[in-house]
Design a protein around this ligand. Structure first.
Ligand code: CP
Ligand code: NVA
Length: 306
């Protein structure tokens, strides 16, 4: 059966661990794994802007021996109204996997519904699961483990990063705290699914409005933009309610000794995170960005092995 990666809990805890272990191998012997030689091809389609995702997939697919086919969704026929399903039927006759950054989660579900090849979510409005694989790899590098650590995400609790950290984090056995202002709390279905999975892994999910309480004793703090792609003109005040959730030295000082700070980037310095923290010793954001490459190579290798 073709496996897709549309949301973080598409991987079981055991499968997530297999991918994370493979990511360690990919990083250690960067140019020695060529499972896509042959060559096999991967379409990588963007309906939204990208720097990291685009370059890490293109470079990663090439390093695996495959051919990356990068497509701008808005200038493809998809952008002129060809249906997602018809696009999927055609692409999956040419390529061995489809990676897509788009808006609605239902769009990527439609792509997967008729695809003969694995479909990978490279960010939707709901989830950013490739990012969270890289985040987990980065956390594991620093602590040597994942299960039992406490991760606090601060900011827009209703965005793709919050949702993916919930599902992906509890899959790894993390205690995930979401610190968000009223009106910006996670989707209730995602919360329900995260709680159910946490019961199986020993992780947990907590919503905490007070940012000071949320970071107390946390091992990992995570920031993300207060204005995700597509929300620029949504009519909501995305500044004032978020100010108390800025990841700054004062909040970091309340976390556990040795706590680390993640941000998927791009950062809006002086908004969700200060220069002092982003450029300071607790920040692991550059390793985190690098790990996109290794984690995605591992994911593609794992999906195409099946
Ligand atoms: N973190 C992330 O997905 O970055 P890009 O938007 O640059 O791909
Ligand atoms: N939440 C952000 C993540 C960017 C990588 C967005 O969707 O714009």
């Amino acid at each position: 059966m073709v496996r897709h990666f549309l949301r973080d809990d598409d991987l079981s805890p055991q499968e997530q661990l297999e991918v994370l272990d493979l990511a360690v191998t990919m990083k250690a012997d960067r140019f020695e794994h060529r499972p896509l030689a042959g060559p096999r091809s991967v379409a990588v389609v963007f309906d939204k802007s990208s720097t990291r995702t685009r370059v890490s997939f293109e470079v990663g697919i090439a390093e695996l021996g495959g051919t990356p086919v990068i497509l701008d969704g808005t200038t493809s026929q998809l952008g002129r109204g060809e249906s997602i399903e018809d696009t999927s039927r055609v692409l999956s006759r040419y390529v061995d996997a489809i990676v897509w950054r788009t808006s609605g989660q239902e769009r990527i579900e439609a792509m997967a519904s008729v695809s003969r090849v694995p479909v990978v979510n490279a960010l939707t409005d709901m989830f950013h699961p490739c990012q969270v694989l890289a985040d987990l790899q980065t956390i594991r590098e620093r602590f040597g483990r994942l299960a039992g650590l406490t991760l606090t995400y601060l900011g827009d609790g209703a965005n793709n990063m919050a949702h993916s950290l919930l599902l992906g984090g509890v899959t790894a056995g993390l205690h995930v705290r979401i610190a968000a202002p009223v009106g910006f709390t996670p989707d209730s279905d995602v919360l329900r699914d995260a709680k159910a999975r946490a019961e199986a892994t020993g992780g947990s999910v907590t919503l905490i409005a007070d940012p000071h309480a949320a970071v107390a004793g946390a091992d990992v703090l995570v920031a993300d933009t207060w204005v995700s792609m597509g929300q620029e003109d949504d009519g909501m005040d995305r500044t004032a309610p978020f100010r108390p959730y800025q990841v700054n030295a004062e909040l970091l000082g309340r976390a556990a000794p040795g706590a680390i700070v993640l941000h998927c980037l791009p950062a809006h310095r002086g908004h969700e995170i200060t220069d002092e923290v982003l450029d300071g010793p607790a920040s692991v954001v550059w390793d985190e960005a690098e790990n996109r490459l290794h984690a995605q190579k591992a994911l593609l290798t794992w999906l195409l092995r099946r």
